[in-house]
Design a protein around this ligand. Structure first.
Ligand SMILES: [Ca+2]
Ligand SMILES: [Ca+2]
Ligand SMILES: [Ca+2]
Length: 431
């Protein structure tokens, strides 16, 4: 009977807490019925005519949100409780008192928030304050100008524009975490909402590939594909990894090439859409443009989609292998090394062996894919079983020593980063 009693008590406590947290307190006579005022300031991104931003578009700036709760005669000031804010968008409406998406005010009625400024030029931070009685202020628009960085950092693999390659992984709630590959722990530098995924629900089922850019500042464009889906979604990353730009579809090429690169008829099992692309990785650039050529596994064979144009326009599909030997391997694309040489890595799912295949550039400027003909060659490490390491990847050179690095997610969701393929560092539990 003790158990029942405890459970009842627990339920009662939960209800009381819920009411206290989210329900606006009832208004009694003489209570606070006056909305608070709100203001915003930032030394990083000042507002006003002729003001010059200290930081650049794409960087994280601090913004001080200040609420003021005054009490007219006969009224009581309950004090500022929280703020809700939105950068370059419309504030959401909430009937919950300081519910999800709000940030609590300090005892002095202010809070400092660190926000990435997603675009060059004019940005608007809209803020609303709420007092402890549930009165909300009018939205306040803080308009400021963000300069573009004349000398932006460049690193293939970087999605948010800080010059450090990023590891993109879903959290337990389906949001997308952007974690710097040189991070000391698993704290993401930013989080993209689950609702911004191409399926509008969750990033957890979406395969992502990114390396290089075209047509905007040097930050990776991102390809997004769900296994079995007919579409390949493309995110043109002109907004520093905030995924505000709506994705577009990448058209499937209708002309094919042999492994040697000569034009051939597309084989009968070549799909007219992306539904057979079981895996896809961004191999690296094969020309003078930074945007990476794409590699897929389809029906167990490797297909190369070389030299994407603007918006990832692809002109040909090149079948690199036949016979279906790649079906049992997980592709990992480490990107170029210090000398610009490309490679492909792969994990053999049955054994946990890790392979590396060189893709050297030849004197005539073309690339030699012959090492990919035999996926059983080139074992460089063992023990990377699917049980111990469900997910393996590479975002290029994470630690800046010019050597591409592996990363791994363990069965208990710890993120490990490597120096090359050795010396794993446990960054801790992923959210
Ligand atoms: Ca008030
Ligand atoms: Ca980054
Ligand atoms: Ca490295």
């Amino acid at each position: 009977m003790k158990t029942t009693h405890r459970r009842r008590l627990g339920t009662a406590v939960t209800v009381a807490l819920t009411a206290g947290l989210f329900a606006a307190p009832a208004v009694a006579a003489g209570a606070d019925v006056t909305p608070p005022g709100v203001a915003v300031s930032s030394t990083d991104f000042p507002s006003g005519p002729g003001s010059t931003s200290v930081k650049y578009a794409g960087q994280i700036g601090t913004f001080v949100l200040t609420g003021t709760d005054l009490a007219p005669e006969g009224d009581t000031a309950s004090g500022v409780a929280c703020f809700r804010y939105e950068m370059n968008g419309t504030l959401g409406v909430s009937d919950r008192h300081c519910g999800p998406g709000t940030v609590a005010a300090g005892p002095d009625g202010t809070v400092t928030v660190a926000l990435r400024v997603p675009q060059w030029g004019t940005n608007i931070l809209t803020v609303q304050a709420e007092d402890n009685a549930g009165n909300v202020s009018q939205p306040f628009s803080y308009t400021f100008y963000a300069r573009s960085n004349p000398n932006p950092p460049q690193a293939p693999g970087d999605v948010d524009g800080d010059g450090v390659p990023d590891i993109l992984l879903p959290d337990a709630a389906g949001n997308l975490q952007i974690i710097g590959a040189s991070a000391a722990d698993t704290t993401p530098t930013s989080v993209v909402a689950a609702s911004a995924a191409p399926n509008r629900t969750s990033w957890s089922t979406v395969q992502l590939a990114h390396r290089g850019w075209r047509g905007h500042a040097p930050i990776d464009d991102v390809l997004m594909h769900e296994p079995g889906s007919t579409t390949l979604d493309f995110y043109y990353n002109a907004d520093y990894g905030t995924f505000r730009q709506a994705p577009s579809n990448v058209a499937r090429p209708t002309s094919c090439q042999s492994a040697a690169g000569t034009a051939t008829a597309c084989p009968a099992d070549y799909a007219r859409d992306w539904s057979r692309a079981d895996q896809l990785v961004a191999l690296g650039s094969l020309n003078t443009q930074p945007l990476a050529s794409l590699l897929t596994v389809e029906n167990g064979d490797l297909w190369l989609f070389p030299n994407p144009g603007l918006q990832y326009r692809l002109s040909t599909a090149r079948r690199l292998t036949t016979g279906g030997a790649w079906a049992g391997l997980d592709l990992i694309a480490p990107g170029p090394d210090a000398t610009g040489k490309l490679a492909l890595w792969a994990r053999e799912r049955a054994t946990g062996a890790l392979h590396a295949y060189p893709v050297p550039k030849l004197a005539n400027g073309t690339f030699d894919f012959s090492a990919l003909a035999d996926p059983t060659a080139g074992v460089v490490a063992t023990g990377f079983t699917t049980d111990a390491y469900p997910v393996l990847g590479s975002s290029g050179d994470g630690d800046g020593d010019k050597v591409p690095d592996l990363w791994a997610v363990t069965a208990d969701r710890h993120l490990l980063t490597y120096r090359g393929l050795t010396d794993p560092k446990d960054l801790g539990l992923l959210r």
